[in-house]
Design a protein around this ligand. Sequence first.
Ligand code: 6GU
Length: 236
Amino acid sequence: MNFHVLTLFPDMITQGLNTSITGRAIENGLVSIEAVNIRDYSTDKHLKVDDYPYGGGAGLVMRADPICRAYDAVASRLDKKPRVVYMTPVGYTFNQNMAREFAQEEELVILCGHYEGVDERALETIVTDFVSIGDYVLTGGELAAMVVIDAVSRLVPGVLHNDESAVTESFENGLLEYPQYTRPEVYNGMAVPEVLLSGHHGNVDKWRLEQSLQRTKKYRPDLYEAYMERTKKDKA
Ligand code: 6GU
């Protein structure tokens, strides 16, 4: 899968994702991340990419033309029109279902804004999806784009190895993950739950599901309700 990030801070994107599992995925050729510097597409002699907002107000707005030219440079190399995600607090909140949907794409363009925003006409021209990563304000879309790229990349076939399985974890079954333990068996007077040492897989699975349910009920009552509704329907 190929990500193309339109940004004023390309180093942030490339430096932030070249380690750990995303770094390994890039090295193995399963994922590529191209950061396109919007400033390279300015035609202004001072390479300006922003200007004062019409109607007045604080801050600067990113101009439409360099963004659309940067997009054209990417899109012209592709066989079909790519999906273009604009990172903005004014969008649908990113979740695991969206990550799964984006992971089906061969190419994904992500636009990162900065300053007070982006000229609406650029958004009208190129954007297909408006995506937020939560109810707080960031200084720019780059960190949000990195969150999306990380979550999507790990769903690309081959990126996770068997021992990093994407199946038995938070959200895959609509529940939060159960607690995990490794050696030593007793740490600071705290013992690993007996059932995990028993070797009885049925009991281990039962215990883990119970823990998942308890945690989901406590931290995410919304997910808990939805899970209960689904299991009720499945039984009916
Ligand atoms: Cl996607 N971008 C920005 N700039 N701020 C955000 C966000 C995105 N999601 C939450 N806050």
